[in-house]
Design a protein around this ligand. Sequence first.
Ligand code: ATR
Length: 277
Amino acid sequence: MTDRYAVIGNPIEQSKSPLIHTAFAQVTGQDLAYTKVLSPLGEFAATVDAFRAAGGRGMNVTAPFKLDAFAYATDLAPSAQLAGAVNAMKFEGDKVFAENFDGVGLVRDVVHNLGCPLKGRKVLVLGAGGATRGALLPILAQGPAELVIVNRTVSKAQELAAIAQTQNTGSVPVRGIGYDDLQGEAFDVVFNATSASLTAQVPPLSISAFAQDALAYELAYGKGLTPFLKLAQQAGVTRLADGVGMLAEQAAEAFLWWRGVRPDTRAVIHTLTVPLV
Ligand code: ATR
């Protein structure tokens, strides 16, 4: 019997998840159907209940329901607990297992696909919202030399740095600061995890924050050369990336979790890549 999966959100038309998971199913020979589910606002639980009752096996969760999914889950993985948000669910009887694969997808893209190890490197993350929260543990697990979270609202950066410190099993120094506090420090890897690019804005970052040979990584995807990536270019950075690989890798993690087989992401990344120009 064909197993059913879906991505739930509102709006949902823009989601690439059906394209990605359908491609993964084809290359791995898995018998599954993956669709889009538009949930009315305020009716997340009822919509998921209906999908489960019809035999649904698992769901990805996108905006604005990542917190609703957190509340709906019966079993939260540590990744979801730390992120405070859920992006994948697996249904088994009465159980709703929940994960957040965004951070692990990001790190896998950087380390594996882009060939940029984080171990021993100075890492800067711009923003202190949900995207940063999800990325903290997977970044720390790589053992960077240090992790700095910089945010417009400094208290939020400090709060996340404090949470990260408590989870930090190694001894990576973590700091939460404001943009003015950077004072000419340079970083090997700079992640833009703010939502600034969605409104064509750029965080108030000095070009001196990019070390020579730095990687500048925009977590948003498909927007070409965003203001953040342009800033990096002005700083002389040649290693630029957007979140297309992160998108494919978080999907591959969910697919592995659901089906027990890890699909190769290269073809999907190739299909979805928008040139950075
Ligand atoms: P997400 O879940 O996508 O991370 P969020 O939780 O709303 O979204 O967080 C958005 C982040 O982008 C915040 O860190 C926000 O900074 P503030 O906490 O100071 O609001 C940051 N952000 C949004 N627009 C920005 C801009 N133009 N410049 C700098 N930071 C910006």
